[in-house]
Ligand binder design. Sequence first.
Ligand SMILES: [Zn+2]
Length: 229
Amino acid sequence: MAAFDPVQAVPFFRVPPGKAIPKNAVQYKASNQATGTPGGNRFDLVVGCDSATEIMEVASDFIWKTFQQEQKERKTVSQVTLTVESLDGIAYTANNKIHLNSDYIANYVGDVRFEIIGIIFHEITHVWQWNGYHHNARQGLIEGIADYIRLKAGLAPPSWIKKGSGNWWDEGYAVTAYFLDYCNDLRHGFVASLNCLMKDSYSDDFFIELLGKPVDELWKDYKIKYGSL
Ligand SMILES: [Zn+2]
């Protein structure tokens, strides 16, 4: 996939003034509940609510493209919200509502705008991805797919572990993201097909179905390739 710059892409997705918002369009809303605190002020300075809603739109479009989903194949969601507030951890998403920790933003050392955009791409993947509804997929795989999106968008932060790291394929986050990227190199569109299969259920056999090998064998191949077995 060609290099994708979400920051550059934002203007292309603006709905020009006066133009009707298309039917079936998702509404994106961002609010900063931490205004006046160091984290809330830093969020306003480097991103702000208007830009955050545009990032949410661009991220959603990028995810649907990566999942190779036409409109009728996507989840039906009418509104996605982002709230910046003080909470534990970094961020979480529940019921199409993303919550981002203002204290994390306040204390982040490095390119905080890049980090916030990366977190939004990760969290909004949780809105759109399938999770094996009737037979819940492993949480590590769910997190790995969200970080795979972040990786493919060019938003992997420098703090990520290096490719080939990890003890299990479904450890989650960057470990699983890099493994899924390897699998996707074996078969273009693998992650899109996997997500599609995960609409109703989940089974490790999906790896055999799509790549002809059990997932544990693929993990071994991957570890051998990167010299870290
Ligand atoms: Zn997550």
